[in-house]
Design a protein around this ligand. Sequence first.
Ligand code: SAM
Length: 208
Amino acid sequence: MVEAKVRKQYNQMAAMYDRLWSHYVSNTLSFLKDWAKISSTNVVLDIACGTGEFERLVLVEYPTQQIVGVDLSEKMLEIAQQKCRAYPNVSFQNATASVLPFAECSFDVIVSASAFHYFDDPIAALTEIKRVLKPEGEIIILDWCKDYLLCQIYDIVLKIIDPAYKQCYTQTEFHCLIVNTGLEIHRATRVRFGLAWELMIVTARLGQ
Ligand SMILES: C[S@@+](CC[C@H](N)C(=O)[O-])C[C@H]1O[C@@H](n2cnc3c(N)ncnc32)[C@H](O)[C@@H]1O
């Protein structure tokens, strides 16, 4: 199962993750934070939160923001917990995106960064996201975009060498998954970070 491989890989990488990926993580998560324009009163869920860098960025601006992070990797979560230990309004849980341990209509904003390409069952994850989102809430997903040549190459190579990797999507495929789950796309774009990284972001809401 892909999830067991993801957990193993990120448990092994956790101690080095922030150092290895610092440039990528700070660029992508700053972009996500600016795009999301989260209000300080929003209750936020971060799916596949990793080492809690998004939480750290948000808390610098809004120290009382209520945020819950979930991730498959216990070791990534330990680092996130350590980073955010001064903030009682922030919590972390070990869970998969496809079975979220929350009641319906719990969150104003749900974000997920650089993780959708690991999701074994993206429709199950989107269905869960939809279930726990409040009626007026927003979902913001940032991930690699297969419209770009480099991502097409990463996709081919990672499918061969990385057992945890599932696949990345073109913007059209990604939007189809979202719309087929009954969500409406509100805002979307593609974005490059330096020469190596080409991503897409979408803000979606519950359909009428
Ligand atoms: C590249 S890291 C991104 C972490 C963080 N979002 C960031 O931008 O720094 C991918 C994370 O996704 C998590 N992940 C992958 N598949 C997942 C799933 N199905 N449910 C929850 N977490 C998952 C991994 O454990 C890992 O921490």
